[in-house]
Design a protein around this ligand. Structure first.
Ligand code: HEM
Length: 266
């Protein structure tokens, strides 16, 4: 199964061009959903106004090389390792899901655009990347959804309570899981049986929900978060601190109560 390029099997009844058009349509949906979200929330407008205001309060003028160094450090830490989530399982689950998704999407792009005609030979590297990525996404996303969601972890809600905020993580997990099951059933060579077709349909539907639901889901955080992290670190480096007051010049004493339980009430 892990060496199976499922898009080759699909090309028996769907042309590679149709698959490629589907991928382009999904990318277009992400761009459209993000633009609508930006217009609706006015978050990018706020972000740039705030950055402009903060620039006036800058204590030092950063040189281009200082700015580049801050940006590179942000990419290496805040973005590549989601350091915002601190140490521990929340960050580990996110990193698993994030890199899993990136591998799964890159594997899909390469196999659909380069190796989806019935005559093509797929180097085994790409199906492996695709399957490992899907598995990492299912594990990281499932770990987050079943155990680490704030409403489950801190508010004692049952894991099966589904709200609109779960749209992104659920569509992400479902698209990887149905993709994996589809590939597995296809690799069994079931010929005219219907099982793999059912999972193919579920795979397509979950992708439509994932990429078509950007406006309503948390999908766009993967674009906003890196921008916000870069701005925050630049504001710290130039002393403007995003127009926030400096930390109090006092010892951090919170009393003994803070030791009673792990902080998890957000
Ligand atoms: C392919 C890229 C990414 C994927 C697939 C992804 C996936 C996810 C998922 C599934 C969630 C849980 C959403 C929910 O609350 O229901 C999440 C939350 C989050 N993501 Fe990402 N993410 C990506 C990129 C990023 C980046 C680049 C950053 C930061 C620079 C980031 C920071 C966060 C943070 C801070 C949360 C909140 C976590 C929490 O509530 O514990 N993500 N992400």
């Amino acid at each position: 199964m892990i060496y199976n390029n499922p898009f080759i099997g699909l090309s028996n009844f769907v042309s590679p061009i149709a698959m490629q058009v589907f991928v382009i349509a999904m990318i277009a949906l992400v761009i459209l959903g993000t633009l609508l979200d930006i217009i609706h929330k006015k978050n990018v407008k706020y972000f740039f106004n705030n950055a402009k205001k903060a620039k006036k309060n800058a204590k030092i003028q950063l040189t281009t090389s200082q700015k580049t160094s801050v940006i590179l450090k942000t990419v290496a830490s805040d973005i590549a390792t989601t350091s915002e989530l601190g140490r521990g399982k929340r960050r580990l689950a996110h990193v698993l899901g994030m890199y899993g998704t990136i591998l799964f999407w890159i594997g899909s792009l390469v196999m659909i655009f380069c190796y989806s005609s019935p005559s093509s030979e797929t180097p085994s590297f790409w199906p492996i990347i695709w399957h490992v990525g899907a598995l990492m996404t299912v594990i990281g996303g499932g770990w987050f959804w079943f155990f680490l969601r704030v409403d489950v972890y801190s508010e004692a809600q049952p894991w099966y309570r589904i709200i609109k905020a779960d749209l992104f993580v659920l569509a992400l997990i479902t698209s990887s899981l149905t993709g994996l099951i589809w590939s597995y059933l296809q690799s069994l060579d079931l010929n005219d049986r219907w099982d793999d077709k059912v999972f193919l349909v579920l795979f397509i539907v979950s992708n439509l929900v994932l990429f078509g639901g950007v406006y309503w889901s948390k999908f766009a955080h993967m674009f906003y978060k890196p921008g916000a992290a870069i701005q925050k670190n630049l504001a710290e480096a130039d002393g403007s601190r995003d127009n926030l007051p400096p930390p109090a010049d006092a010892p951090e004493q919170f009393g003994l109560g803070i030791k009673r339980e792990e902080p998890k009430h957000y």
